[in-house]
Design a protein around this ligand. Sequence first.
Ligand SMILES: Nc1ncnc2c1ncn2[C@@H]1O[C@H](COP(=O)(O)OP(=O)(O)OP(=O)(O)O)[C@@H](O)[C@H]1O
Length: 498
Amino acid sequence: MTILTAPLSRPTARTVLWRSKLGFRQLARSVQTKAQVEYTPRDSEDEGPYEAPASVATPRQLVRYLDEFVIGQENAKKVLSVAVFNHYNRVRANFAAKLDEEQDVEWSNNEDSARLHPHPHRMPPPHMLLQSREPFPLFEKSNVLVIGPTGSGKTLLAKTLARVLDVPFSVSDATSFTQAGYVGDDVETCIQRLLQSANWDPYRASMGIVYIDEVDKIARRSGHSGTESTRDVGGEGVQQSLLRMMEGSIVTVQAKGSQAEAPPGSSEGRARNSGQRGLNMAPKPDSYNIDTSNVLFVLSGAFVGLDSVIKRRVAKGSIGFTAPLNPVSTEESSTGFMPFFTPNKSQPGSHVLDLVEPTDLVKYGFIPEFISRLPSITTLAPLTPADLRRVLTEVRGSLISQYTALFGYSGVEIKFTGGALDAICLKAAERGGGARGLRGIMESILLEPMYEVPGSNIRHVLITERVVNGLDAPGYWCKGDANKFWAAWTQEANVKAA
Ligand SMILES: Nc1ncnc2c1ncn2[C@@H]1O[C@H](COP(=O)(O)OP(=O)(O)OP(=O)(O)O)[C@@H](O)[C@H]1O
């Protein structure tokens, strides 16, 4: 038995060590990200001295990076950056501990150890060596819950963080999940997507970020007691399955879509059927085991109706015990509106959802065990027309810059007056889909020029407020009419200023 296992176990241990080192190196490289290189303060004294990028990008650096892509949502940026910073420091520490463990195993298997320990039978077995080490202080995992209205930047925040950290990222919709064994997607689908995003590398996948949207839709439905006959397979059942994964478990996912399931007619399928394999086509397993203890889960949802739950709790707490959170103005009282739940005037930008507590989420329909796996909770505010204007024009890769570049490819210059931009934002705000509505509005305004311009001699397009409001057609100018185009644009700007 010993003779058989010894030669097998040593290369295996070495392989694991090598893979761990690789994973750690990948992680170390990825967390020394753009954010760290580009946003490390070097000149300003108040931000401290420049540090060699030997650790995860700091929360401050991450927030600066997010600022380039996401307008507003300052608190959410902070919470997510801190969560990501702590999470990846914890992952680094775990990997370092794992490396040490593996080195101990290697060392105890090494021939040199026989020389160092002439009495091998007296050597402590490897597991005793590990136990004798100082126990590593483990950090608790902090998954994040993001609450905010549609189109306010929840997905954008998580996606941007994953990009800057260069870690795999998967987006799933909780509404499609059902309890295992029932029609619908199992919760493990999100890990399968993560693996796909990691290019089927389980080590990279086990350090990724899983984003699950519409999580409010898996709140327990009222009337479901959890008995067999009324099992809530899309609500509480999903929460139960998710919480195990969020805590950290081994998830087995099938290599769906990878080589293992290449269709028989495809080149990969043909190669497999004929027993051939390309030189650089390494055999891939049919299933993968992914440890989710180092996966960061970011859950999000609009949580419609949660504000009422919070209002009720705060109202209960305030009657006879505490003063209202915000002073009630006479005017507001007369409307019958509960003013201390309106945006808090002493803290601009605050909102009733900012007062959310875990008990509110339990009342909303989540089981306490599920909520306790989400210790970081942050809220996003709805975007105002002014925010939308910044989304439209200021962020990196803004819609205006995208459409300007798109027309530029056809050699056409397109300009929007300030009035046009305001009108677009106003429309988007009225529609109520947050920044999500901006693209649809732009598409409908620009449909006409995008149809007319290609193949014509039009070289300049002007979009004014009247165009946005459907009162005028877009202004077109041909080659050689640049002066007239500029004059029209300046005139529009002056009219607006007056
Ligand atoms: N705060 C923001 N700053 C910049 N762009 C934003 C912001 N919020 C939304 N957007 C834009 O709107 C689009 C939709 O945003 P996102 O997908 O993040 O919304 P969401 O809050 O996740 O909504 P949903 O709950 O409907 O999924 C993004 O692609 C982005 O271009």
